[in-house]
Design a protein around this ligand. Sequence first.
Ligand code: C2O
Ligand code: CU
Ligand code: CU
Length: 496
Amino acid sequence: PLHNLDRRQVLLGGAALLAAPFVLTGRAFAAEGGAALPIPPILEADGAQPVTLTARKGSHAFVPGTQTPTLGYEADYLGPTLRVRRGRTAQIDVVNRTDDVVTAHWHGAHVPGNMDGGPQTAFAPGQTWSARFDVHHPAATLWYHSHVHGKTGPQVYHGLAGLLLVDDPAAPDGLPSDYGVNDIPLVVQDRSFDSSGRLVYDISGMMSLMGGFLGDTICVNGAVRPVADVPRGLVRLRLLNGSNARFYDFTFADGRQFHQVASDGGLLPAPVARNRIALAPAERAEIVVDFSADSAPVRLISSDLAQGGMMGGGMMGGGAGSGGTLDILTFSPGSAQGNAPSALPAALPAPPFDLGAPVRTREFRLDMHAGSMIGSMARRLFGATGSIMGINGNAYDMGRIDAALTLGETELWRVSAPMMVHPFHVHGCSFQVVSRGGQPVDPATEGHKDVVVVDASGVEILVQVNKKADAADPFMLHCHILEHEDAGMMAQFTVT
Ligand code: C2O
Ligand code: CU
Ligand code: CU
């Protein structure tokens, strides 16, 4: 199976092409769609007893009538929506019933390094990893996914991902909260299928190696361009860009305004009116849409950025985006009933911005070494070392600690990406974006982040980590284009 591609094959586009056991036959599912939006079941993970989350192989219908071999957590594809409440303890026993090592990383959660589910935590088929962590995180839409070094791309692609929602019973938000009715999770992913319905994960081409894997078929919660029945009224959408490499710029087809109420790490201080929202891989946004006057279907679309549209002035600057639009899903207002608040609250119980002044500055440069790309690939093919993807000149090395942070100290990080745009992610914390391209950023509209889009002009973020991570279980910082991460655009840090 493709998810068992070994690390060298994932790294080596050319070798993967020779070894890949599939024939790419094109857009079998690209014209399909219209099934009901699947809603992942809730799994309450903060009770007195641990819950079980079994990573396993499955068979899933992305379009009705065709079964696709997949991976999932406690499901054929993707996983349940884990829900935990602030102030309680999460107890999750992750069981591995796949054919390969896996992890479960709690993306965005503030948990200690040994509970973070990073690459060091990879565990073998037949084993169980017991995650136990106190929930200190404010209310937020987080997620979880496998994080095995060199295999995160194919494992997430085949389905090892799900949502992790944090509720804060002490801070009611006044927003629609009837899960699956007017509080709807939307995991947006691009996939490609061969003519027999098997998932295709082909990173053999230079564009895939450079820009990451792009699928030709958009899926939401594991269904191709589905239809969501929603009540007439206010509806909260929890959007996760769960794609390996694709950037989205979501709008409604009719251009309507909506309100963003949360970003990666929690609520914004007040709803922000928008009519588009861009999400890079792994970013989340909660938006509230008013369907009270709708009697016809409402479509959510995205401009087709691929990655090319997001690329800066480097060698990829010509852009590979088609300039067209992608259909994401359709809402059918009035086909469901629900009790929603009739108006948006004017203010929201957002976490405070109180990181204080930084005591230290660090620089991180996301490198591609594209000038020597062919040479690097050749060196790798013949076994010599040579980095294609890295940070500050180094490809990821599980045995090397790249930075040592002090618990609770605030640092200013300057992050830049000379070659192309990358979504930069930090474990163990939410950070505050201070500036982008030298221009100050308004924290009230940006919120608390754990992924930020970085280009050649750079971003500055304030980072404060309040969870410990030692050298045996350090935190990661990396590009969340999963093919870049797998190829080495990742580093690791301790917090003591
Ligand atoms: Cu979403 Cu290091 O991960
Ligand atoms: Cu993470
Ligand atoms: Cu990248």
